[in-house]
Design a protein around this ligand. Structure first.
Ligand code: SF4
Length: 208
């Protein structure tokens, strides 16, 4: 797909705009937001981000719901653990500014290509999330082992993405979703992300 550069005249000022933006999960531009031990790349995920920047596509960076809720010293958690009223409210609060940005772009006639999440994340997963921990006292015998054994990747979106979809739907906005795989982020290229956008728009699983 090619996005032509739009030239606009404003008084004597000539502006070069693409008129196209994409929404990226926070850690695709800032791996330091991830749970310790999960950052598979330094800084931004270049295989995904560089090509879109070179095409002149603008980027809206989503906030990181987990780092802003539990901080940088949080444990890795699962979808069930984040599925609380308070976390969902937190997600909605964070997304208010993003929704304002999106509506502003759409009202200006810009194209929003879609939203890119992180598959495997309990918050930002789009096609896959993770499930399994049962909670408990980390220092008492058995809990950690049982939780680790029960941990699994599961189909379905994370809590933050679910709240974003709900907010978009409430506003009557349809956007396709795609995702980078948390387990092999550098194997996901911008081309692959775009392919999943098309599948999502056609109602086909992103893994097709
Ligand atoms: S996947 Fe989402 S919640 Fe996890 S670090 Fe990235 S932005 Fe934060």
């Amino acid at each position: 797909m090619f996005f032509g550069i739009r030239m606009e005249e404003k008084g004597n000022v000539q502006m070069r705009r693409n008129g196209s933006v994409v929404v990226l999960a926070h850690c695709l531009l800032n791996a330091d937001a991830k749970v310790k031990g999960l950052a598979e790349y330094p800084g931004a995920l270049l295989s995904c981000v560089l090509p879109l920047l070179e095409e002149g596509v603008g980027v809206i960076q989503l906030p990181c719901p987990e780092a802003t809720f539990l901080g940088g010293a949080r444990w890795g958690m699962t979808r069930e653990q984040y599925d609380t009223t308070a976390f969902r409210r937190h997600c909605r609060c964070l997304l208010a500014g993003t929704m304002d940005q999106l509506e502003s772009h759409l009202r200006s006639g810009h194209s929003v290509e879609g939203v890119v999440g992180v598959d495997g994340s309990p918050s930002c997963g789009v096609f896959f999330s993770c499930s399994g921990y049962e909670g408990g006292e980390i220092s008492s015998g058995g809990f950690v082992e049982r939780s680790r054994n029960a941990l699994r990747r599961c189909r379905g979106e994370g809590i933050f993405i679910a709240e974003l979809r709900a907010l978009l739907s409430e506003k009557g906005i349809f956007l396709p979703f795609s995702a980078v795989d948390e387990e092999s982020p550098e194997g996901t290229t911008w081309r692959e992300v775009r392919r999943k956008f098309r599948h999502d728009a056609d109602g086909i699983s992103g893994e097709a």
